[in-house]
Design a protein around this ligand. Structure first.
Ligand SMILES: Nc1ncnc2c1ncn2[C@@H]1O[C@H](COP(=O)(O)OP(=O)(O)OP(=O)(O)O)[C@@H](O)[C@H]1O
Ligand SMILES: [Mg+2]
Length: 282
């Protein structure tokens, strides 16, 4: 059975998508794990990055199915692709890498129309876990990239997840969303007592190397103090700032294979990965 991790922080632009893609690549290429990345954000940044913008657009043009079809499969008016009809789970999965060497990275793409689900969310949060239950035996790791708002989509992610990974920036108000996240997880757990979800950790992303500014130090301390309150682990290994992450996202590449990426940057990501994967039992 696959272990499922959701990338959640109600603060935007903290690196959820960047790290979701890089963790997926690392697990698939470096660790030879079978990985499914589910893009649960209507912005579809993970889809465009991992598939490449051109492939993503032509996939949609060809009528390729997305996570919106999973959530709207029983919507009679058919907000997605001519619903309602029985959805073949294999048709929602795009094989990004499927080599003989064992690297396997598949993606369930998203699309902007996923935001329609938010307008009429009734009982739709169970459709994603139903999909995951059908496909998970084919994977070791499922990563869900979430949007920065707490919604029915977050509940759908909680339903599927064993762990939550929280990327953060060491900046002013970095911890402002922690009480909301804690409340959101607790509210879900109270409604679903059989389900165990755990924050596997907070990771500082896009951190300035070298001369750390005093405001970053203050922000870091505030995050550490807040994390302690909730009993959340903070990863010892940060992901420092590097323009190579932008290049990796643009080229749809693991950071280890990104042209021009410094050995130090690759090493820093690997150090985080070595701390992260054992925490989720991989
Ligand atoms: N370690 C890093 N070094 C340099 N740039 C980074 C790093 N991490 C993320 N970025 C850049 O920061 C921006 C925001 O990152 P990303 O899209 O991953 O955040 P997000 O949390 O998914 O945002 P949203 O909340 O909108 O979904 C992107 O342009 C990304 O390339
Ligand atoms: Mg994102």
């Amino acid at each position: 059975m696959a272990v499922c991790v959701s990338m959640i922080n109600m603060k935007g632009g903290v690196g959820k998508t960047t790290l979701a893609s890089q963790i997926a690549w690392y697990a698939a290429v470096q660790l030879d794990k079978r990985v499914l990345l589910i893009d649960l954000d209507p912005q579809a940044n993970a889809s465009q990055s991992v598939m490449s913008p051109q492939t993503y657009v032509s996939y949609l043009d060809r009528g390729g199915l997305t996570v919106a079809d999973i959530l709207e499969q029983f919507t009679p008016t058919g907000t997605a692709s001519g619903s309602p009809k029985k959805l073949d789970p294999a048709k929602v999965i795009f094989p990004r890498v499927n080599y003989d060497d064992g690297s396997l990275l598949h993606i369930v793409p998203s699309r902007l129309e996923l935001s329609w689900t938010l307008r009429n969310p009734t009982e739709k949060e169970t459709l994603l876990p139903r999909f995951v239950a059908k496909v998970e035996k084919g994977y070791d790791l499922i990563i869900i990239d979430c949007s920065p708002t707490d919604s029915i989509l977050t509940d759908a992610a909680y339903h599927c997840s064993r762990y939550i990974l929280v990327p953060i920036r060491a900046e002013f108000l970095a911890a402002i969303g922690f009480p909301l996240l804690n409340r959101s997880i607790n509210a879900f757990q109270m409604r679903h007592e059989d389900k165990v979800i755990e924050v596997c950790g907070l990771v500082f992303n896009d951190f300035t190397r070298g001369n750390v500014k005093s405001e970053n130090k203050i922000a870091r301390k505030a995050v550490m103090d807040e994390a302690k309150k909730y009993g959340w682990y903070v990863f010892n290994h940060d992901i420092p700032h590097s323009d190579s992450y932008f290049k990796a996202a643009r080229d749809g590449m693991p950071i280890a294979s990104t042209k021009g990426a410094h050995g130090k940057v690759k090493g820093e990501f690997a150090a985080f990965a070595n701390e992260f994967f054992p925490r989720i039992g991989l």
